[in-house]
Write a protein that binds this ligand. Structure first.
Ligand code: HEM
Length: 420
């Protein structure tokens, strides 16, 4: 009861959990960014008007007339971007230290829910300025939902409240962005914190687990304070140097070229260029999500040891898999763009087969061969194998996203970033 921070932490913790390279302070940074988002969001709300006629003008007013309006808008925008990147890095650190299993498996699942919530909080905020960028980015992204089988079209129409974006869409997105998602985020983050404590704190390697216990105050609190200050300073510098984007007011009859989805959906948009929508928007993302959610529940032979990448062998196989994934992804993108377009070559064959089943089978065959003729030689444990699969997916996802964000220009053709 002496100190509010002690409700979040135990009074003593193991000295080795203080090491920066255990967590990099990423979970704490994500929590701080959520707080910054809430504060700046409330400030913006004083002037923002959620209607297609007024939204854009209210943003212009905030930019030009409100004291520090542009700066607050920049902080809100960049803390949303930082939050997504930092939560993603936190998710990678949790995975690569093996902290997703046993008493931590529930927290892994809630972590995934948090990651999705952050994506959708960003996504719903993206539409609010109602400029060309927002209008067309949300149009292409919601069109992706329309590709889902059977329910796709009607699901898309009910999310946006009609055939194209309208006043209802803006109001729904506004309500989700300012009420539902913040509420769920806060509630789940508290639960997430509680579960970290319930699991006995951060997972530590056995050798370090028995290290000396030290009081949280000042040892941990002081470190958290420094990390928080550095984060806030970087965010402020960023917000001072780079303005949040704002183009012309939305014009539904003049589409942008290229029309890109928000950067966190660029990977899925890139997949749509290479695979039939049924696979790109449904089968592949769903399989990846199911795999991620199932990771804690595979039958592993040994308990997690808390070491980065499990072992030397785990580290080596991850590096090799990262190279393999890089080669397959980049070669696939270039091959599809410049050498062979399955749909064009196989005239008369349904696109679902030529552009879906066939490229997917080729990909699975490559992955199977890599496993059979190369990875098997490492004699990996189940956890190390799951790790290799995770590395393959993450590297492919990051490369697809980078290609979509930086290397797609007019008509979504491949190009260099300086020509985009
Ligand atoms: C809003 C987003 C999030 C916040 C604020 C948050 C916060 C935290 C904090 C403060 C910790 C304590 C250790 C640390 O700082 O790393 C932690 C641990 C943990 N987080 Fe998160 N987290 C978030 C998202 C996620 C995501 C996306 C995942 C994974 C899917 C995840 C899974 C876990 C797990 C399993 C632990 C326990 C780790 C261990 O025992 O070593 N969290 N989280």
């Amino acid at each position: 009861m002496r100190n509010i921070f002690l409700h979040l932490h135990p009074s003593n913790i193991s000295e080795s959990s203080l090491r920066f390279n255990r967590t990099f302070g990423l979970g704490g940074m994500a929590a701080l960014l959520i707080v910054i988002q809430m504060i700046t969001g409330i400030l913006l709300r004083f002037y923002y008007i959620p209607s297609p006629a007024e939204a854009y003008n209210s943003i212009i007013f905030i930019k030009n007339q409100v004291l520090f309006g542009q700066f607050i808008r920049n902080i809100h925008y960049w803390s949303g971007v930082f939050l997504l990147l930092i939560a993603f890095l936190h998710f990678l650190r949790v995975f690569f230290t093996g902290a997703y299993r046993d008493s931590r498996s529930v927290n892994w699942i809630f972590g995934l829910i948090l990651l999705l919530l952050i994506v959708f909080a960003n996504f719903t905020g993206y539409l609010l300025p109602w400029d060309q960028l927002a209008y067309w980015a949300i149009t292409v992204s919601t069109n992706i939902i329309g590709y889902l089988p059977v329910i796709g079209e009607s699901l898309r129409d009910s999310i946006i409240g009609g055939k194209e974006l309208n006043a209802g869409t803006l109001q729904t997105f506004f309500a989700f962005h300012t009420a539902l998602f913040p509420f769920l985020l806060i509630a789940i983050v508290f639960y997430h914190f509680w579960r970290v404590r319930k699991a006995g704190g951060v997972l530590l390697p056995e050798t370090q687990g028995k290290s000396k216990m030290v009081p949280v105050m000042p040892n941990l609190i002081f470190r958290e304070f420094i990390v928080g200050l550095v984060l806030i300073a970087s965010l402020l510098i960023f917000a001072a140097l780079f303005n949040a984007p704002l183009l012309d007011k939305a014009n539904p009859s003049y589409s942008m070229n290229p029309t890109k989805a928000p950067w966190y959906f660029a990977g899925v948009q890139e997949l749509l260029i290479h695979f039939h929508p049924f696979f790109a928007a449904f089968i592949i993302p769903l399989s990846v999500m199911l795999f991620l959610a199932w990771i804690p529940f595979f039958k592993y032979n040994e308990p997690p040891n808390g070491h980065w990448f499990i072992s030397g062998k785990g580290m080596e196989s991850s590096k090799h898999t990262a190279v393999f994934s890089t080669v397959v992804t980049l070669a696939g993108i270039l091959f599809n763009a410049y050498v062979l377009n399955f749909e064009m070559v196989m005239h008369g064959v349904p696109a679902l087969i030529s552009n879906g089943v066939i490229p997917l089978l080729i990909l699975l065959l490559l992955m199977g061969s890599y496993y059979q003729f190369y990875l098997k030689g490492f004699r990996l444990s189940k956890a190390e194998l799951v790790q290799a699969a995770f590395v393959f997916i993450m590297v492919a996802f990051i490369l697809l996203s980078l290609t979509g964000i930086f290397f797609r220009g007019k008509d979504m053709e491949l190009t260099f970033p300086w020509n985009v």
